[in-house]
Write a protein that binds this ligand. Structure first.
Ligand SMILES: *Cc1c(COP(=O)(O)O)cnc(C)c1O
Length: 352
């Protein structure tokens, strides 16, 4: 604490990211990183871009990257916003689109950055409880509000809403912006991008961190009506005109264009997820149905924090949240088959 802090700084509750520790032989299943490397084409494009051109500022309009996103989704450049990570895209979204007289609605159990951005930007947020099966019920959002944000698939549950459920939400709130955070959509969800032509209140946010295995590159994007995108551009250009460098943009373009690689690695993760869920159930764990690159699981007789600590002693990191309703759960990122095999072996020892 310092007398030099502004009032807003005193009031902040910063987000706590999963640990990034270095340990020999560590199996890191705590931050939903992709166990397969990025597309070799993305790495080659970044090598190529790391040259004399770095003297110059990067393209402030991010035209090449926006066009790559637009190609991928069959949209125009005016329907695309890009940023330095989807966290940054989300921050600009909260700032530009989610502060209104009536409160923002968000699930009570979801990405914990949402309440953090609310505190940063002075947005009143009402948290709508998930149902007893830990699902989002879109009918629970039938109430006056200024805007809505949710993650689909949701985090940390991994449970996905169907496109029909998202469409019902959009129809029920034609006068409010509805933001769908699709960080995990490539692992079995349905993207609301298909609805963009019909709903001018829809903003879809995605990232290259998970399915494209580029968490360290920091690239995210939003898709929406050109008027929503123009609002985001106004905030971005009042904050940092060059949030993405040339190397970053070149890697992101090549990764987006290498859809075959994304699909191949995502399918491998989906197959490992099914195997891991079955193994965990055989050990007595309850596993929520996941469409993401992690599972959310609890054991009826074992304390979640104690299990996470016992795994940690065996150099396996998983995520445990000390939050109401979910403090008995572990969120386990899907690693390689070998990593998940070692996790199951460790759990067998711990439970024995
Ligand atoms: C990982 C994640 C993000 C952030 O992705 P970055 O692009 O790496 O900032 C956003 N939303 C959810 C729900 C996530 O899990």
């Amino acid at each position: 604490m310092s007398k030099f802090w502004s009032e807003v700084v005193h009031g902040l509750t910063p987000y706590t990211p999963g640990e990034q520790v270095q340990m020999p032989g560590l199996i890191k299943l705590n931050t939903n990183e992709n166990p397969y490397g990025p597309s070799p084409k993305a790495l080659a494009a970044m090598h190529e871009a790391a040259g004399d051109g770095l003297r110059k500022y990067s393209d402030p309009s991010n035209a090449a990257l926006k066009d790559a996103v637009a190609r991928r989704f069959g949209l125009t450049r005016e329907q695309v916003f890009v940023g330095n990570s989807s966290d940054e895209v989300l921050a600009h979204t909260f700032h530009a689109l989610l502060k209104h007289e009536l409160p923002l609605l968000a699930p009570d159990i979801s990405y914990s950055f949402y309440p953090t951005y609310c505190s940063l930007y002075g947005i009143e947020c009402v948290q709508v409880p998930l149902n007893e099966r830990f699902e989002i019920d879109v009918k629970d959002y039938d109430r006056p509000c200024g805007a809505i944000i949710l993650a689909n698939p949701n985090a940390p549950t991994g449970i996905a809403l169907s496109l029909a459920q998202i469409e019902a939400l959009l129809k029920a709130h034609p006068e409010q912006p509805v933001v769908i955070d699709e960080a995990y959509v490539d692992f079995g969800g349905e993207s609301a991008a298909a609805l963009l032509g019909r709903y001018d209140n829809l903003l879809v946010v995605q990232t290259l961190s998970k399915s494209r295995s580029l968490a360290g590159l920091r690239v995210g994007f939003a898709l929406g009506h050109p008027d929503l995108i123009a609002g985001l551009e106004r905030v971005k250009n009042s904050f940092n005109c060059y949030p993405l460098g040339q190397v970053q943009q070149a890697g992101a373009v090549a990764a987006l264009d290498d859809q075959a690689y994304t699909e191949q690695t995502s399918q491998a993760i989906i197959a490992t997820r099914a195997w891991l869920a079955a193994q965990m159930q055989a050990l007595g764990f309850e596993v929520l149905p996941s469409q993401a690159n992690f599972i959310f699981t609890r054991h009826p007789q074992r304390d979640g924090a104690a299990l996470a600590a016992a795994l940690r002693e065996r150099a396996i990191l998983v995520r445990h949240f000390k939050a109401p309703r979910i403090d008995q759960f572990l969120r386990i990122s899907i690693g390689t088959d070998e990593e998940c095999g070692k996790l199951v072996d460790a759990l067998k020892q711990i439970l024995a």
